[in-house]
Design a protein around this ligand. Structure first.
Ligand SMILES: [Cu+2]
Length: 141
């Protein structure tokens, strides 16, 4: 009888330990950071201006009345001084494009990209939007 009680106890302890361990692992596996970005006419508003290098998840909400997009470009050029061609930023000349998320009005989209240390610029490159002010600087340490 005594040994049976002990066995049940050990089993419960093991189950509890597994739960705690799994929870801790889950948090570690999440690892990266989340950056929320709000798009509107005509702003790109990130929740933070920097993040640690590694996987960064972008949660982008379009609170405007028209479609917008978030384009992440790695560049040393100032956010308001990117090369322009016509009504758009010349993305290929602006720097290295890391990723792009298109967001319909009133919607939210997300994506995760691996970012290395350096300077970045977030823009919306729908015709005319960059010139209207849809850009923000971002740093990865
Ligand atoms: Cu836009």
């Amino acid at each position: 009888m005594h040994s049976k009680k002990l066995a049940v106890c050990l089993l419960l302890t093991a189950a509890l330990a597994t739960t705690v361990f799994a929870t801790a692992c889950g948090e570690d596996a999440g690892g990266g950071k989340t950056v929320s970005v709000v798009l509107s006419e005509y702003k790109v508003a990130p929740s933070v201006t920097s993040a640690a290098a590694g996987k960064v998840t972008f949660k982008v909400s379009n609170k405007g009345a028209v479609a917008h997009e978030l384009i992440v470009i790695k560049t040393d050029t100032a956010a308001d001084n990117l090369p322009v061609s016509g009504l758009k930023v010349a993305e290929d000349k602006a720097g290295k494009v890391i990723g792009e998320i298109e967001v319909a009005k009133g919607k939210s989209e997300s994506d995760t990209w691996e970012l290395t240390a350096g300077k970045y610029v977030f823009i919306c490159n729908i015709e005319g939007h960059y010139k209207e002010g849809m850009h923000a600087a971002f740093t990865v340490q």
